[in-house]
Write a protein that binds this ligand. Structure first.
Ligand SMILES: Cc1cc2nc3c(=O)[nH]c(=O)nc-3n(C[C@H](O)[C@H](O)[C@H](O)COP(=O)(O)OP(=O)(O)OC[C@H]3O[C@@H](n4cnc5c(N)ncnc54)[C@H](O)[C@@H]3O)c2cc1C
Length: 324
């Protein structure tokens, strides 16, 4: 059978958003190539209703395996068996560390090809082609699969969630014998989601920090200013990818879309993918040491200079004005 099998990460009665984006993408591309989009969920206590609900995103069938969740190897076992038994042409993942790990494991197990950090998928001559940015996102390569199973791992949030399906998916329970080594690890504790407490969508004032801040510790400059202004801190993808700030604060094409009264961009170049997430802000102020930075093309006020000098002075001036 020709088809796309998508892994859907489940945790405490909810599906992960990246996974729902991947299912939506699988449904679209499956229809492009005349195939079916199926999904697989691995975990404990996944209800019928929850599993069926993947039909809303276009999955026609959902395999449910009762196995430990949050670990890669049990999922690799389940997916390798399903692919072997049913002959899927493609396995799709929404991204994230677990997606990378499982996808790589599945590719190795079934002898497939793998493409990571995929930002778009298209259909060509009845087959899927994965688009992947390279060289610090300055170019895009097309990756086609020449036989075997094509494993496609998306970049986080690259695929949009779309409710396209008309009804419930058919749910099939699968009982897969896990490999000995797959049961050797177990999850002891889950950490809190990084940046779960950052709420940038409701803030009237946002101070956006970019690579121009130089290092993670310098985000304190943006935080001090945001605190003085009574706002919150946002970030570019470059800095969240570098681990300087939480993903929850990312603005742009693959992050959040905001429209505050004031967006103050500090050390942000103004790449199109960032612009689409903040261009509706009422007032845009940019601080950048490069007078030719693209951000100045859509700013209401531009300040050419070194943010390390400007931000602390601005913070002091605002505090002084507010008398705090
Ligand atoms: C498919 C895809 C999706 C993407 N999605 C997003 C997204 O959702 N959000 C996003 O933000 N990006 C996204 N990107 C990445 C985007 O293309 C840019 O790479 C990113 O926005 C750049 O981040 P930056 O402005 O922090 O870094 P840079 O582009 O490196 O810019 C840093 C800026 O800081 C300035 N600077 C340096 N030092 C100082 C200083 N001391 N004082 C003042 N200014 C200084 C520099 O002049 C420069 O303009 C995406 C890319 C792709 C391909």
């Amino acid at each position: 059978m020709s088809g796309i099998l998508t892994y859907v990460l489940h945790y405490e009665g909810e599906f992960n958003k990246n996974s729902l984006g991947a299912v939506s993408e699988a449904a679209k591309r499956a229809s492009d190539i005349g195939a079916e989009a199926h999904a697989v969920v691995v975990g404990e206590g996944i209800s019928d209703d929850l599993a069926k609900s993947l039909g809303r995103y276009g999955a026609t069938k959902v395999y449910r395996a009762n196995a430990p969740e949050g670990l890669a190897q049990p999922v690799v076992d389940v997916m390798a068996k399903l692919i072997g038994d049913n002959g899927y042409d493609y396995a799709l993942f929404g991204g994230g560390l677990l997606g990378f790990e499982i996808g790589a494991g599945v590719a190795a197990r079934v002898g497939g090809g793998v493409t990571m950090e995929v930002t778009e998928i298209k259909a060509q001559d009845g087959k899927l082609v994965a688009e992947r940015p390279i060289l610090q996102d300055s170019a895009i390569v097309d990756v086609a699969y020449d036989g075997g199973v094509g494993v496609i791992i998306g970049r986080l949030n690259a695929f949009e969630i779309e409710e396209s399906g008309s009804g419930d998916a058919q749910v099939e329970d699968v009982d897969v014998q896990l490999s000995d080594f797959s049961t050797k690890a177990k999850v002891i504790q889950r950490g809190e989601q990084r940046g779960a407490d950052v709420n940038i969508e409701d803030a009237d004032i946002l101070v956006g920090g970019g690579r121009g801040l130089g290092k993670a510790e310098n985000f304190s400059l943006a935080e001090d200013l945001a605190n003085a202004l009574g706002g919150a801190v946002a970030a570019t993808r470059a800095v969240v990818d570098a681990g300087w700030y939480p993903y929850a604060a990312q603005i742009g094409q693959t992050g959040k879309t905001v429209a505050p009264k004031l967006y103050l961009a500090a050390g942000i170049s103004g790449a199109i993918q960032h612009k689409v997430g903040m261009q509706s802000s009422e007032n845009i102020v940019a601080i950048n040491k490069d007078q030719n930075a693209p951000i100045f093309e859509f700013s209401d006020l531009g300040v050419v200079g070194d943010l390390h000098k400007i931000l602390p002075k601005l913070t002091d001036a605002i505090k002084a004005k507010k008398g705090s």
